[in-house]
Design a protein around this ligand. Sequence first.
Ligand SMILES: Cc1cc2nc3c(=O)[nH]c(=O)nc-3n(C[C@H](O)[C@H](O)[C@H](O)COP(=O)(O)OP(=O)(O)OC[C@H]3O[C@@H](n4cnc5c(N)ncnc54)[C@H](O)[C@@H]3O)c2cc1C
Ligand code: FES
Length: 282
Amino acid sequence: MYRILEKRVVGPNVTLMKIDAPYVARKAEAGQFIILRVNEGGERIPLTVADYDRENGTVTIIFQEVGKTTKMLGGLNEGESILDFTGPLGKPTHYQEGIKKAAVIGGGLGTAIAYPQVKKLRSLGVEVDAIIGFRNSSLIFLKDEIRAAGASLHIATEDGSEGLKGFVTEVLKKLIDQGAKYDIAIAIGPLVMMKAVSEMTKKLGIDTIVSMNPIMVDGTGMCGGCRVTVGGQVKFACVDGPDFDGHQVDFDEAIRRQGIYRTEEKLSTEKHECKLGGLGNA
Ligand SMILES: Cc1cc2nc3c(=O)[nH]c(=O)nc-3n(C[C@H](O)[C@H](O)[C@H](O)COP(=O)(O)OP(=O)(O)OC[C@H]3O[C@@H](n4cnc5c(N)ncnc54)[C@H](O)[C@@H]3O)c2cc1C
Ligand code: FES
């Protein structure tokens, strides 16, 4: 069992948890993830390692309550435990040598996954422009944490309630037009957003890493559920990624595959909320 040492709400339906998981903390790196199961019979879900403390043996996760399992997880409190917490899984992010300036772009929930990248790059002495995008200002989270990590923060909201009105790509373009010279861009968020960023940076010749988030089941390369096509080759996001060269990813295929289980996910959430309540097992 893995005890929840700290629980903090960091945004609307977004929670940070510090978990007592010394074996994961010992090896975790930015870009990797864990797979957890809240209780016996629960589904396995992947969550990014948002932070780790090797000395104290803790791993931090940040998650948004979007469906059955994340809601069950959000219902747990400090002192309670998670049944399984497996990792670190996936490959750590590989940054090329000598990068001086990076644009880290987080779209919505992707901001949670982008945050450890900001921290890692800052710890390597890289200058970071963090660009985060949300539908409106009430949904924004991790602003203070990103600033505290030493990044220069730029916000885009679709309704203009905070920062620039529009999408993260428009902020990125504005910064580049103003003279920002990026050695690398890291884009994490909805597939359409990562696709748009990758198309823009390809034209500008800026190396770009995206973090793919397909459905994962085993997380060990066995089931094939997380298949993505990169540079014309089949890759498994759980073992070959989740980070890939954004200029090589077949985003259209990934977008088509993403909606495959939408009906089942809706039914699972409804069943959890309407009939089971609390920590359902079904
Ligand atoms: C490598 C990786 C890292 C991730 N990191 C984070 C993170 O740090 N914070 C966070 O909030 N979310 C993260 N996610 C997404 C998270 O796994 C899903 O939100 C979660 O699985 C939803 O489960 P649910 O039962 O609550 O919702 P459901 O209703 O089952 O699903 C809601 C949506 O989540 C996605 N999803 C569902 N099941 C899975 C699954 N087994 N694997 C992947 N995606 C799934 C689907 O797109 C689905 O439409 C990550 C996903 C991947 C692949
Ligand atoms: S999750 Fe099964 S192969 Fe990647």
